[in-house]
Design a protein around this ligand. Structure first.
Ligand code: ADP
Ligand code: MG
Length: 211
């Protein structure tokens, strides 16, 4: 199934739903190694994005949806995650600009651009215990799935599966970026909230595609 604007809006709507559902859990993860606001931050941001979807033109492309998400998240999410995820959506939209439907190669390009945007903005490397530890395995798995001949939905499922594993794999790490980096070894044993929310968002992309 090639992915169109309806998929992009479903992705945003499903992300908002899963973030709302997990709001308390995400903030609880952030309370352990940060300031306890991650769930509230993202819930506020994604609710604002959903509220703006109705204003999109009938001719809107997937990139238009991603850019709307980007600007809204940047302006409504208070914490570090707002500009980081906002940049991800901005770059993701840029990677698929003008395309009415997205094939597998476009999806891999979109996910890669999103991850690269987060790295550009936050300078985190894999293993720093950030959302990058969900995004990077997701991008790698998506690229491998494309190379193996997988279709669009299967590519997104592979990305989501890898992101989930990546989020769990942040637990034994010491944080080197963000608030959790102030804790040193006390961050060990706690899952990074941004990696967990990114895993949920990437799962929403697969679910929106019927995966
Ligand atoms: P804040 O830390 O400002 O309260 P949030 O709680 O909303 O913001 O988001 C925290 C999450 O942001 C962390 O769990 C981590 O995944 C992510 N994060 C923080 N700094 C960086 C960075 N430099 N690069 C990538 N991700 C980061
Ligand atoms: Mg926080």
């Amino acid at each position: 199934m090639a992915l169109d604007t309806a998929w992009a809006t479903s992705w945003v709507t499903a992300s908002a739903a899963v973030v709302a559902e997990n709001r308390a859990r995400l903030s609880s993860l952030d309370r352990d190694i940060g300031d306890g606001d991650h769930g509230e931050n993202l819930d506020r941001g994604f609710s604002a994005v959903v509220a703006k979807l109705d204003g999109l033109a009938d001719t809107a492309t997937p990139a238009d949806v991603l850019k709307l998400a980007a600007t809204t998240l940047i302006s409504t999410v208070g914490g570090a995650s707002g500009p980081l995820l906002g940049t991800a959506y901005l770059r993701a939209g840029g990677a698929v600009a003008g395309q009415g439907t997205l094939d597998g190669a476009a999806i891999v390009a979109m996910l890669t651009a999103a991850r690269d945007g987060i790295v550009h903005r936050g300078k985190a490397e894999p293993g720093d215990k950030t959302m990058i530890d969900a995004w990077t395995p997701a991008v790698d798995a998506a690229a491998q799935a494309l190379a193996d001949g997988a279709g669009e939905t299967a590519i997104l499922v592979a990305a989501a599966d890898a992101a989930a594993v990546g989020a769990v794999a942040t637990e034994p790490l010491v944080a080197r970026k963000g608030r959790a980096s102030y804790l040193g070894e006390r961050a060990i044993g706690h899952r990074d909230p941004g990696a967990e929310s990114s895993s949920l968002i990437l799962r929403a992309a697969a679910v929106a595609a019927g995966g």
